[in-house]
Design a protein around this ligand. Structure first.
Ligand SMILES: C[S@@+](CC[C@H](N)C(=O)[O-])C[C@H]1O[C@@H](n2cnc3c(N)ncnc32)[C@H](O)[C@@H]1O
Length: 261
């Protein structure tokens, strides 16, 4: 049975990696950038997830990144947040991301932003280990694991003891702040902060859905671009419906690793 579970998990991982590679073909194109930039909040970096300025404020407040330290961006996507954080605080950021296409794009963006060695990106699976750092953040990336709270605990274990991890996660299925809190404590984590931010995510999802459809209709995109935009529309429609039905929620959490590596 554990062997079968291992095969199923490996298959699910392979599917997820393929999905993200495909998704970054769109997100790293002119169409994708137009979508992400139009859908993001003014002043906030364009993200693949749902990070807004309120998330970034809490991230900076909780991790207190400064010049002398390094922070990990777990599931860094196209690297916009890592670059933003370095420029805003001077902290060194190491982005770990399993999509090669996203890492290539992130390197290109970092070079264009002129951040030098203040920001770097590596291809890797954050569940298998990460470079050393005194704090980490994971923006809408750890929820792709079967049990998001276990993924948060695994990511935290790679940090130094008492280091903080800021994460935003979308939990699919019925959940509440109390149930999430319990699961995190059961994973051996200290919970410093936990908020339900589903309303903001639903508003963002609706906005992205509208923009995806407007873009698909407005410009003479290639068939592939148009198809990808329709796919984004379908994804956002489904997510919005799940949130409305109480079957998906987004949480912002700050945890402390009690144990470390
Ligand atoms: C929804 S995107 C968010 C990207 C970025 N954090 C943002 O907010 O724009 C989720 C990202 O997490 C990455 N990811 C998911 N699981 C991962 C893992 N185990 N190791 C490394 N990257 C992972 C995916 O490849 C994808 O780029």
């Amino acid at each position: 049975m554990p062997r079968l579970r291992g095969h199923v998990e490996a298959l699910a991982n392979a599917i997820l990696t393929a999905y993200f590679e495909l998704s970054y073909r769109l997100m790293d194109s002119a169409t994708g950038r137009a979508l992400l930039e139009t859908a993001s909040e003014p002043g906030a970096p364009p993200v693949h997830g749902y990070t807004d300025l309120a998330d970034l404020r809490v991230l900076v407040e909780s991790l207190k990144p400064n010049h002398g330290s390094s922070v990990l961006d777990l599931g860094a996507g196209l690297g916009d947040v890592a670059i933003w954080l370095h420029q805003a605080t001077g902290v060194r950021v190491i982005g770990v991301e399993r999509s090669r296409r996203a890492v290539t794009a992130a390197h290109r963006q970092a070079a264009a932003a002129g951040v030098g060695d203040g920001v770097r990106f590596v291809v890797g699976d954050v569940m298998r280990g990460t470079p050393p750092a005194s704090a980490a953040y994971a923006l809408d990336s750890l929820m792709f694991a079967r049990r998001p709270t276990a993924a948060i605990a695994t990511a935290a274990i790679h940090l130094q003891p008492h280091a903080r991890l800021f994460a935003t996660v979308i939990v699919v299925g019925r959940s509440s702040p109390a149930s999430l809190h319990r699961s995190l404590v059961n994973e051996g984590l200290g919970v410093v902060r936990l908020e339900d931010v589903s309303v903001a995510m639903a508003a963002r999802s609706r906005r992205r859905r509208v923009i995806a459809m407007q873009l698909a209709r407005a410009r003479p995109w290639t068939i592939a671009d148009r198809g990808s935009l329709v796919l984004v529309w379908v994804e956002e429609t489904m997510l919005f419906a799940l949130v409305r039905a109480g079957l998906a929620r987004r949480y912002r959490v700050v945890v402390e690793a009690k144990r470390g590596r």
